[in-house]
Every structure is written in C-alpha cells, then in structure tokens.
Design a protein. Structure first.
Length: 436
C-alpha cells in the first residue's frame, strides 16, 4: 500500500489527466466471484493505467489480482459515499501494457453480480505522466456476455446462456502480424450483425492480407473506405488475421539476409542502421545473435555524440591504434565508463546486461537527463545477483523500459547482450531517454 499511496499522491499533485483514447471500453467477463477486466480499443503505448469504477450501492473489493504478476504492479481500493462505491484500480509496468489494443487489468471479485455503471480511465506514458490539457475519458462498460455497446457512463445488462445463444454474442479473435494493428467493433456479435474492422499499418508498411474465418470457412469481407472493412457475423466465433509488408517507397529493405522482416528485432536493427549507430558485421549480414562487446557499445555512444576530439585512454588493454581507442578515451574522460578498477577496460569482453545499464545511465547523465528513476525489483528472484555498483543503474534501466525480465521472475543481470538485443535497447534509449 505504501507504493500505492505514493503513486496516488503523485497523480493528485501533478493533476495527471488522460491521454486521448477515442472510444475506450471496459470489458467485464465471468461472474461476480471471478470477473476478468480488460480495457479495449487502445491505440497507443500504455505504461500505467488508473481506472475508477462507479457502482450503485455499497461494495468492497473483496479481492483483486493484477494481470501480469512479476512484470506489472497493481492494486485496488474501494471507497463508499452517498450510496455509491468507487473502486480505483491502478497498474504500472516498465513495459508497454498495451497488447493488441487492449490491457488486461486482472481479476476482480465484487459480489452480488454487480457491474460497474461507468468507468473513468487515465492512461499514463513511459514516465507515468498523462497528456497535459486533456480530461479523463469515460469508458463504455461492456459485459462480455452481451452484444450491445452502451454509451459512456451507461450500464449494460447481463446476457445469459452459452456463447452465441439468446442475447449473447459470438467471439471475434484478432490475430495481426507485426507492423500494424486491427480494431474490431463490436468485440462480439450476433449472427447477421455487421462487424467493422479498422486496419492501421505502421508507418512505411501496408496491409497485404486480411481474412476472417469461421472454422475452415472464410467469411466474405467488404472494403468500405481506406482502412475500413465490414463482414456479416456468422453463427459461430470467427478469427481475424492480418499481415503487413513494407510499402513501396516506405524504405528499402535492409541489406542483411539474417534480419527477416517478421523478426522481433527488425525495426530496431533498421533504426540503428539508418541512424548510423550500428552497421553490419559483413556486407550482407548483421549477425543478430553475436554477443556485443564493451568496446562496441562505447563506440556506438561515441558515434551518437558526433565523435568529438578525444585524448588517450589510460587503460592497460587499450592501445592508441585500436579501432575503439578514441571512443574509450572519450567515454572514460566524461564519466561514461570507469573500467574494472585494475587498470583494464576489457574492450573485447562480452557486455553484460547490468554493464550495459550502467554505461547507458552514464551517457544519459552526460546528456543532462534525469537518471533518478528506480524500479521495484522485488519480483525478480535473481535480484541479489546484481552487482552492488550496478544496482541503481539496473533499477533505472528497468524503470525506463530499457531492460525487462528474461522471464517473469528473472532479470539475468550477468547475461550477455546480443547485437539484436543491443539494437532494441539502443532504439528505446535514443527515442525515450535521449530524445525525451
């Protein structure tokens, strides 16, 4: 509760308000003893969310379990006044909570079959700040067993029976590849109801395939306007699948045969390559799985700095003729690196995740950036393996979303960073720390 009280105080002090969300909806699925709450129809990254639920009557949040335990912090409080109950759910994470346009809040037990009558949503960015000048957004409360979308602030009635029977609707599952999003309205539908799909490719990408299938049968699609499609709901649940590719003129494909367009690191490698901060390890290869060395990382930051004049590196294992000599000399002179303390820098040693956090924090400090952010690492079972000298840097890197767990409960501070991982981390560092 201490963290909740601190965060609530920050929210009130800064008068944080919602990032504009359009038609945000809160989906309630299950029963009063086990209600799964999900925010839907989101169109931007979300690193923190506060949802205020208003119910008629007196209730207590008997239990709340936040989704994504180990990667996200969550809590719920309840206050009653004037015959109404306000439940406040708060969640934050060092990683983007928005997954395919939705955020799974978690499991809430309210009791007596109650449904919230309205929801006020505040979305927070990577720094846990809202967008100035905007007001909170009301979210339509959608019971997962109904087909109608009530207007914001209104209540919805609960349907009965199994999926697709009576007033309940059939499910619509979205599966889109990387480089674009697909939004569906409504999120479930009755047989014969018109469903609208809104497709939004990432910048420089285009939609190459869109299908709706019910089992093995394809459902006909009608294109309305650019990016909008409709279909008639059959008497069964459907799956929507979309694929995206680089559009003509959207940028030449990367020259690296070992960086496929559908890889998780493609955009990061493209960013690093086009910005000139990383190059290939050969004419047509990037070797994404190769371990990154300490000398490589320092040279990348030296390039970001514009390769200023540098003196001589005072390390026993760095010669003035080495390709990384000027970069190491500049980094040491400006407090970005300090070496091992025994006269060595270890330029050819594989860089560990905690060392990378330490060096990036040093460079951010050199740029005058605030490096005071600290993440709670208590969810990671191996937090005790973090070197004392790197602890604050790792807390900062996790808080800024630069480094995440290698599993829900492990951070692997001594793990080696590959070139693909380094590209992803550097892209986030440049866009969200240096440019922020």
């Amino acid at each position: 509760m201490k963290k909740w009280n601190q965060l609530l105080a920050v929210l009130l002090a800064l008068s944080l308000t919602a990032v504009p969300t359009g038609a945000v909806s809160l989906r309630v699925e299950g029963n009063s003893a086990n209600s799964q709450l999900t925010l839907q129809d989101l169109d931007k990254p979300v690193y923190g969310v506060q949802v205020e639920l208003t119910l008629n009557g007196t209730y207590t949040a008997e239990s709340f379990t936040a989704a994504g335990q180990g990667t996200a912090y969550g809590c719920c409080t309840a206050q009653t006044s004037g015959g109404k109950t306000t439940m406040t759910i708060y969640m934050d994470s060092p990683q983007n909570l928005n997954s395919g346009g939705s955020v799974a809040l978690g499991q809430l037990s309210i009791g007596n079959g109650a449904l919230p009558q309205k929801a006020e949503v505040t979305l927070l960015d990577r720094d846990l700040r809202g967008e100035d000048g905007k007001t909170q957004e009301s979210a339509a409360v959608l019971d997962g067993r109904t087909t109608s979308n009530p207007s914001p602030g209104g209540s919805s009635s609960s349907g009965s029976g199994s999926e697709g029977n009576g007033e309940s609707g059939y499910t619509i599952q979205i599966e889109s590849g990387r480089h674009g999003t697909i939004r569906v309205t409504p999120t479930s539908a009755q047989k014969g109801e018109t469903v609208t799909l809104t497709v939004k490719p990432d910048a420089g990408w285009t939609l190459t395939g869109l299908t709706v299938t019910a089992g093995k049968k394809e459902v006909p699609l009608t294109e309305k306007e650019k990016g909008t499609y409709t279909f008639t709901m059959p008497a069964a649940g459907v799956k929507v699948q979309g694929t995206f590719a680089l559009e003509e003129g959207g940028g030449a494909p990367l020259p690296f045969i070992d960086v496929p367009q559908d890889s998780w690191f493609y955009e990061a490698v493209r960013y690093a390559y086009e910005k000139g901060i990383m190059s290939g390890s050969g004419e047509d290869i990037f070797t994404p799985d190769q371990t990154t060395s300490r000398g490589m990382i320092v040279t990348i930051l030296y390039s970001l700095e514009g390769k200023p004049a540098a003196g001589t590196a005072r390390f026993d294992d760095v010669s003035s003729s080495d390709w990384f000599a000027k970069a190491v000399a500049w980094a040491a002179a400006n407090g970005v690196v300090s070496g091992y303390g025994d006269g060595r820098f270890g330029p050819n040693d594989p860089i560990t995740r905690e060392q990378l956090a330490l060096i990036l924090r040093g460079y951010a400090r050199l740029q005058g950036k605030d490096v005071a952010a600290e993440a709670d690492l208590s969810a990671f079972a191996d937090r005790g393996e973090i070197s004392t000298y790197a602890l604050e840097a790792v807390e900062w890197a996790v808080a800024r979303g630069l480094i995440s767990g290698t599993s829900p409960d492990t951070l692997s501070p001594a793990g080696r960073a590959t070139r693909a991982q380094a590209a992803v981390i550097l892209k986030g560092f440049c866009e969200n720390v240096i440019a922020g």
